[in-house]
Design a protein around this ligand. Structure first.
Ligand code: IVH
Length: 697
């Protein structure tokens, strides 16, 4: 092996390990930046030496749809869903109508509606050959390898029959509670955890989750001797399938019902139609005591000959009816799915739904997180969905209620950035736009910088930022401190004299934000307020010190700080070595933003300007930009304003002071020069004699 070959093989090995750590184990070992660096190197070598492109190279996966691991396959039976009722009256009326339609007495089986994932198990000549998700009813995903790990799914059946079996894969409540405790991001309910598990790429990981199955329908390829649903259930049970015996049988005559159950060798409740309402009630209450979650009950016509006569609509059999415990929190429709580019380049799919009220507010946009999440829900355009507001706050799509008719199937995120058209890259579960100049990333960065969690610039909202960015006047955060806002916004509608002044004021005041705020505003991944506090309190209280740690790649220095993990440490270091970030930091420092945490707390300063109203005009030697002087006033309890009025008590006048100085003279406002101001700050106490001597009234 020559040196290049060796490098390629070692990169493949390294990257594959990182991929596994990130994607499967959910425990990243390196920063995205470092991963990208190695990845780019490998890609480059492969381009230069095509003969070294190996099939196991991680580059062969990029851009490939994650679903590639779960190929789409056509169902050989129509996998329909159920019509729904929400009251015993509705359900009884359906039974009545069915009997009238058939002009016969029917037997009704009522089963539990398991809240899990619908799966079709295909057996050919007695062997499990495929397990397929419901998908859009016609086409689903092949998840055979994963379903094979579920111990209650028979891999072969004693008869050599070819048949399809429908069932529900679920996670028992107790297992859910146990597993969810260990999750970094807990799942909302057992169904979602089960759905996420069934789509895991490595079946070895699936095997660790104690999934279960209940089967409830069988479809034989050739004619069977079986005449009714109860016989099907008992046949399936004898083949080794797990069926749910928590069922009930109802006919007009309770005695016949009892007999039918006994004949089928099934336990369960037997009664007449008159008993149905109380059975529904009792079961609704009992559901809490079950080991698994159910979201309703299902009533099914027992006799297969009647089922055939009743037939199907496009969506559901006419021989079955769900009884739902509670109406969905809200039902709506996916009108569109947009992808949004965030400040870190992460691309997030967002569903636009027909606006609906949920828990008191109108929901029209719902985040879908990433492609994996969409796959888990098998969500597509036009689908009707059940939505909720988890913890009554964040709206979430809970599940697809009905696939769109003639829909396109599961939605796939685009391969190019919708904003700058760069080819998107996949990192773990998330998709990123790799272009740091992508206009949307720029916008996101600037919006974060000015926002509450960042510099918290007063009177400067995202709309203003947007206008300036679109005008091409701001392309990075330091531009905000260089701009002549009067010139820039003069001709823009919605920006009057006063508004512009307030914006300027906000910008000036923000210069006084402490270092820890500046540090957060830079938008370093995972460095929020808490992270900044930890760093500063651990002695890394200046940009200089941080840059030194970053420059020497001193991960240990950061990791030695309690509460900072290796992953965050590496993220911080990588970000602080990024040339764009270094340029930004240097620019902001030269513009006067704090790069050192002031030891003295603001509240420790004597509040010598309390009750005073200060205005600042002209230019200064020590306070450049002059916003710094405003900060000094505010730290000492003074209020600052942008124009001289009758309420102004002091004017700090620098070189070139003009109209404000005149106004101050006319109004009798105290005028203070830079020298005087400095001595006030130093003394901490305004001396009376000084005030009288130097102030001109
Ligand atoms: S029967 C043609 N029985 O509920 C057969 N479905 O909302 C139609 N489900 O997609 C399904 N428990 O995933 C049936 N005992 C049960 C069920 C059940 C859960 C699910 C199934 C279906 C969904 C319809």
């Amino acid at each position: 092996m020559n040196a290049i070959q060796q490098e390629v093989r070692s990169l493949i090995k390294q990257l594959s390990e990182y991929q596994k750590a990130y994607y499967v184990d959910n425990r990243p070992q390196v920063s995205d930046l470092e991963y990208d660096r190695l990845f780019d190197r490998l890609q480059h070598l492969e381009q230069e030496h095509p003969e070294l492109r190996f099939p196991d190279s991680p580059t062969q996966r990029v851009g490939s749809d994650l679903d590639a691991d779960f190929p789409e396959v056509a169902h050989t039976i129509p996998v329909l869903s159920l019509d729904k009722s929400y009251s015993s009256e509705q359900l009884l009326s359906w039974i009545q109508k069915t009997e009238t339609k058939l002009d016969e007495q029917v037997g009704i089986v009522i089963e539990e509606k398991i809240d899990g994932i619908s799966i079709v198990l295909y057996y050919e000549e007695g062997v499990l050959v495929r397990a397929v998700t419901r998908g859009n009813g016609a086409v689903g995903n092949d998840v055979t390898a994963n379903v094979r790990t579920i111990s209650s799914v028979p891999l072969s059946i004693p008869t050599k029959e070819t048949l399809a079996v429908r069932g529900e894969v679920y996670l028992p409540k107790a297992s859910f509670a146990l597993l969810n405790e260990q999750m970094e991001v807990p799942f909302a309910n057992p169904r979602n955890l089960a759905a996420g598990t069934i789509r895991r790429v490595k079946s070895s990981q699936v095997a660790k989750v104690p999934l279960q199955i209940f089967v409830y329908e069988g479809f034989w390829e050739s004619d069977t001797q079986l005449k009714d649903h109860l016989s099907i259930l008992s046949a399936l049970s004898s083949y080794g399938f797990r069926i749910n015996e928590n069922l009930a049988y109802f006919t007009q005559d309770a005695r016949i019902a009892k007999q039918k159950l006994e004949e089928a060798n099934l336990s369960g409740f037997a009664g007449s139609f008159a008993d149905i309402a109380s059975y529904l009630d009792a079961h609704t209450k009992q559901r809490r005591d079950l080991a698994y979650e159910i979201d309703g009950l299902v009533a099914k016509v027992d006799e297969l000959s009647f089922r055939e006569l009743l037939g199907y609509t496009e969506h559901h059999p006419r021989w079955a009816m769900a009884y739902k415990f509670e109406s969905p929190q809200a039902q709506t429709e996916i009108l569109a799915i947009d992808v949004q580019v965030g400040r870190t380049g992460r691309v997030t799919p967002v569903a636009r739904v027909r606006p609906v009220q949920v828990a008191g507010s109108t929901i029209s946009n719902i985040t879908l997180h990433n492609q994996d999440y969409i796959n888990m829900l098998e969500l597509g355009l036009g689908d009707s969905v059940e939505i909720s507001r988890r913890g009554d706050v964040i709206p979430a799509v809970e599940r697809v209620i009905e696939k769109a008719e003639g829909g396109q199937g599961t939605y796939h995120m685009p391969t190019a950035c919708p904003v700058c058209a760069s080819t998107l890259v996949q990192k773990g579960a998330h998709t990123f736009c790799p272009n740091p100049h992508c206009p949307q990333q720029v916008k996101g960065r600037i919006e974060f910088f000015i926002g509450k969690d960042g510099m918290d610039i007063e009177n400067f909202g995202p709309e203003t930022a947007s206008v300036l960015i679109d005008l091409g006047l701001v392309s990075d955060v330091d531009d905000l401190y260089r701009l002549d806002y009067r010139k820039a916004l003069a001709d823009q509608s919605g920006f009057g004299e006063k508004k512009i002044r307030l914006i300027e004021e906000g910008i000036q005041k923000s210069l006084n934000q402490p270092f820890r705020k500046v540090l957060v505003a830079l938008g370093i991944p995972e460095l929020g307020k808490k992270g900044a506090d930890i760093l500063v309190n651990a002695g890394l209280d200046s940009m200089e010190k941080l840059l030194e740690v970053a420059g020497t790649q001193d991960v240990q220095r950061l990791v030695s700080i309690r509460q900072i993990g290796e992953k965050s440490a590496q993220l911080y270091i990588d970000a602080l070595n990024d040339p764009a970030m270094l340029r930004r930091i240097e620019a902001l420092a030269s513009l006067g933003l704090s790069m050192v945490e002031q030891q003295q707390k603001e509240t420790d300063l004597a509040q010598i300007f309390a009750g005073q109203v200060w205005c600042v005009t002209g230019s200064f030697e020590h306070f450049n930009p002059r916003g710094l002087a405003l900060g000094e006033v505010e730290k000492r309890g003074g209020r600052t304003v942008s124009s001289v009025t009758g309420k102004t008590t002091h004017l700090l006048a620098g070189n070139g002071a003009g109209s404000k100085l005149e106004a101050a003279r006319k109004l009798g406002v105290a005028i203070v020069d830079e020298q005087m101001f400095l001595s006030l700050l130093e003394s901490g106490v305004p001396k009376r004699e000084e005030m009288q001597g130097e102030f001109s009234f």
